[in-house]
Design a protein around this ligand. Sequence first.
Ligand SMILES: *Cc1c(COP(=O)(O)O)cnc(C)c1O
Length: 238
Amino acid sequence: MATISDNLQAVRNRIAAAARAAGRDPAAITLLAVSKTHPAARIVEAIEAGQRAFGENYVQEAVRKMDALGGSPAPATALEWHLIGPLQSNKTRVVAERFDWVQTIDRHKTAERLSAQRPLTRTPLNVLVQVNVSGEASKSGVEPQAALELAQAVARLPRLRLRGLMAIPEPTDDAALQRARFRLLRELLEAVQARGLAVDTLSMGMSDDMEAAIAEGATMVRIGTAIFGARERAQTAA
Ligand SMILES: *Cc1c(COP(=O)(O)O)cnc(C)c1O
């Protein structure tokens, strides 16, 4: 059976091949390991194989793992924790205190709360605005035509650092459709940059569509299954 270390290496190779095919530098693409539903012991295996950035969907589950691994930021290993699941407003405080990034900002109110609750002892919280690039097929994320305005408002909040945009397009085997969804997000990032905001992150691409995302300019891919294996079905429900 392939180990997590083997899987990580295979994913790094896929990223490098996709980057080269697109004429891009593989080093410009960050690998976020999505560890939701997998126990801390599996995260330790990934850390030992050189992985530092982890994505979690559920706040309580993530905090349990952070505690098991020695807190966040863990001084010895300098782990980086990303919230990539929907954020309820009654959970913002612990997120502001414990996470390094929040990728799922789709309402100004949530961003305001995170900014107000980010401890002064920590650097500003890195955030991404999540955009619904799939229309009816998805319920999370701000509509594309409202993304620019939300990004500008979030960028003004003092304890947040707007880094860019994120999307979760609907799963599809249609390669052209995958590319079109990712292209839309890249064009939106370019529009944000054209307004003078110093954003650098395009978080898009998962186990099944990372090649299409990298071809369209992804700077961060969020990979779960290809690293940790399949998740239990019951646990994947939000
Ligand atoms: C679960 C999840 C991923 C990882 O998906 P895989 O298909 O397992 O690679 C990426 N991004 C988000 C937002 C997720 O919820």
